[in-house]
Design a protein around this ligand. Structure first.
Ligand code: FES
Length: 280
């Protein structure tokens, strides 16, 4: 059993939890995920690790209720328990594997959208702790929907919030902010984009044009996180990959986003049926 030490509502529809899981906290790296199960019969829910404290033995997860299971999960409070909390799973971010002196020579740009700010955060934090300050663009529909602002500001070189409605920060999409920074003379060696599929698709179309190698994290399409359900199957160039086993990070310029979005839609319909059942 894994105790929830903190349960906090970050925005109208985004929730954060600190969970006691010392073994996961000891071994995890930025970019990896966990699978949680609320009870014996509960569904397996893959969630990216947003933060970890090796000394305290805790893992921070951030989630947005999108289906029946995560809707039930948001009702859990501090003091409640998860039946299972398996991890760390998936491959760590490629950045963690690189030579730190080489990384210091690079100009790195992160682009996060909505709840995608959560998996961006541990990577930016890790880089900061190793002497590399990356630029970070985080987009959301409105100011109220932005998460982890204080945390992100503390570890990024430059932090650029964007809102679709212009209520805060840069007014407009994250892609227009990328264009603006490049026009101002910023030369990025790599871009890491994590967020809704449609955002990642358009960031990749732009960075391809601008000649900036781009890594995307395909965790939004995961369903069971085990390599068995097939939901996260996608084409990366000519190859077929599974996001949960081979990823979650891939070369964004090779990912077939349209195919992945179609598949995601199919699974959403199944989740929709489960939601209706929950409301009965
Ligand atoms: Fe089910 Fe990857 S999430 S196979």
């Amino acid at each position: 059993m894994y105790k929830i030490l903190k349960a906090e509502q970050l925005t109208a529809n985004i929730f954060l939890m600190d969970v006691e899981a010392p073994r996961v906290a000891r071994h995890c790296e930025p970019g990896q995920f966990v699978i949680v199960k609320m009870d014996e019969k509960g569904e397996r829910i893959p969630l990216t690790i947003c933060d970890y404290d090796r000394e305290a033995g805790t893992i921070t997860i951030v989630f947005q209720p999108v289906g029946a299971s995560t809707t039930k999960m948001k009702e859990l409070k501090a003091g409640d328990y998860f039946r299972d909390f398996t991890g760390p799973l998936g491959n760590a971010s490629e950045l963690v594997e690189e030579d730190i002196e080489e990384l210091k020579k690079k100009k790195i740009l992160f682009v996060g959208g909505g709840v995608g700010a959560a998996p961006v955060y541990p990577q930016v934090k890790w880089l900061h702790e190793h002497g590399v300050d990356a630029d970070v663009i985080i987009g959301s529909k409105t100011k109220d929907m932005l998460i982890l602002e204080k945390e992100m500001e503390a570890v990024s070189g430059n932090y650029y919030p964007c809102t679709d409605d212009g209520s805060y920060g840069h007014a407009g999409m994250v892609t227009t902010m990328v264009e603006e920074l490049v026009e101002k003379g910023n030369k990025y060696d790599v871009c890491i984009a994590i967020g809704p599929m449609i955002m990642m698709k358009f960031v990749c179309l732009l960075t391809k044009k601008l000649g900036i190698p781009t890594v995307v994290s395909m965790n939004p399409i995961m369903v069971d996180g085990t390599g068995m359900c097939g939901a996260c199957r996608l084409h990366v160039g000519d190859e077929i990959k599974f996001a949960c086993v081979d990823g979650p990070e891939f070369d964004g310029h090779l990912v077939n986003f349209d195919e992945a979005m179609k598949r995601q839609q199919m699974y959403k319909t199944q989740e929709g049926r489960a939601m209706l059942k929950l409301q009965e």
